[in-house]
Design a protein around this ligand. Structure first.
Ligand SMILES: Nc1c(N[C@@H]2O[C@H](COP(=O)(O)O)[C@@H](O)[C@H]2O)[nH]c(=O)[nH]c1=O
Length: 384
């Protein structure tokens, strides 16, 4: 291979077929890349591959529904990217945003199902009122709360919609812009682009702990974390070893805290705290049952669990799980990464927390996890 040096150009010229093949393969792999001339000395020079020109030079991307690279289209507010926000379904962010221009609930519901240009044009022309009501609160149109709602809708969209999330992450570090023909007065393109970049930074953060490999739900959209999918999703179990602190006290697992609340007797609580495993804590907390040989603290000390236990136990588990997923960042990320999958404690033994022997149990354990996931998602979203 001959090397030809001219002012501003370095060229390669193949002399054999083998060299041609090698060059073809090399240039295929380096298509659209940029190179940096490094280590030039009297004896030689090296060109270092800096990767794709667009990435290396941080070329801006103008996010538009139409007219741009279709690769980025799912990022646009008009794109069809179904998501839910506060229990409501939206086909696109635009469906949410334009819906806020209507007062009537049924109009908002209608617009919520729209996407693309139909969503953008859903609202009548002309200036809408200076204020609007969302979730019983009055907001100034174009004010910070109005814009925060846009951030929340986008946050929900990127959390829940894999195609949108992947498109956003694929923009890597490139600056995003949003220059439409006519800029919005309520959410100017510069702010919109900034919002996407903030959300991207948050998603990049979340992927920083190897969340590229964060487990995704099974193809059926359900996570049966007690039995079927335990190996990957066992961290959702109340038995998972994740110490929690509540009211200044530390418990080895959510199960320890929960079981300890069955009685106010300090000796009981101390026994539960000292239990070596969550299974041992559960056994100590078992109801005294003369038909069963299993020993429990209540049987040993001829006591009964507190009388209001059935009424309070669900909220206590909510507290335990909330502590677990707010005090353990990695677990929080893993929970959020389950997206919208249905979380199911497929325990054949328990028809209250799990699905029980016939599969028709209440699955309260899974439901609490889904409540928490939703709450965390709303909190994790930047509001400015
Ligand atoms: N004009 C335009 C978009 N404008 C969208 O319109 C919304 C603001 O509308 P408004 O409240 O009426 O000012 C906001 O979601 C913005 O992204 N989007 C796109 O992808 N492509 C476009 O060409």
């Amino acid at each position: 291979m001959r090397v030809i040096l001219k002012s501003g150009v370095l060229a390669l010229s193949c002399e054999t077929e083998a060299e041609q093949e090698a060059l073809a393969a090399w240039s295929d792999a380096a298509r659209n890349h940029v190179f940096h001339l490094d280590k030039a000395s009297a004896r030689g020079a090296a060109l270092i591959d800096l990767g794709l020109k667009a990435d290396a030079c941080r070329e801006p991307i103008n996010i538009l529904f139409e007219g741009g690279d279709p690769q980025w289209r799912p990022i646009s507010n008009l794109a069809h990217t179904p998501f839910t926000l506060r229990g409501r379904f939206y086909a696109s962010v635009e469906g949410f945003w334009q819906g806020l221009k209507f007062e009537a609930e049924e109009e908002r519901l209608r617009v919520a199902r729209l996407w693309g240009v139909a969503a953008k044009r859903a609202a009548p022309r002309g200036p809408p009122g200076a204020t609007f009501i969302y979730e019983d609160q009055v907001h100034a149109r174009g004010g910070p709360e109005h814009r925060a709602l846009m951030a929340q809708a986008c946050g929900a969209k990127f959390n829940q919609n894999a195609a949108a999330r992947e498109a956003l992450l694929a923009t890597r570090e490139r600056p995003l812009t949003h220059r439409a023909r006519r800029d919005s007065e309520t959410i100017p393109g510069a702010l919109m682009a900034d919002m996407w970049m903030r959300l991207r930074a948050r998603l990049q953060d979340a992927t920083g702990i190897g969340v590229q490999d964060l487990a995704k739900p099974e193809a059926d959209g359900r996570i049966l974390y007690f039995a079927r999918d335990r190996e990957t999703f066992g961290f959702m179990s109340h038995f998972h070893p994740a110490p929690i602190e509540i009211d200044g006290e530390t418990w080895a697992t959510a199960e320890h805290f929960y079981q300890a609340q069955k009685s106010f007797d300090p000796a009981y609580r101390a026994a539960i705290r000292a239990a070596e495993t969550p299974g041992a804590a559960k056994q100590l907390a078992a109801r005294p049952d003369p038909r069963r040989a299993r020993r429990s603290w209540f049987a040993d000390f001829a006591q009964e669990p507190r009388a209001d236990w059935p009424e309070v136990k669900l909220d206590l588990m909510r507290r335990a799980d909330w502590a677990k997923f707010t005090q353990h960042e990695t677990l929080q990320k893993r929970l959020l990464a389950t997206g919208t999958a249905e979380l199911v404690e497929d325990s054949p033994y328990d028809a209250f927390w799990g699905t029980g022997p016939d599969g028709a149990g209440l699955n309260w354990a899974g439901r609490v996890l889904m409540e928490i996931r939703e709450k965390l998602r709303d909190l994790a979203i930047p509001t400015h």
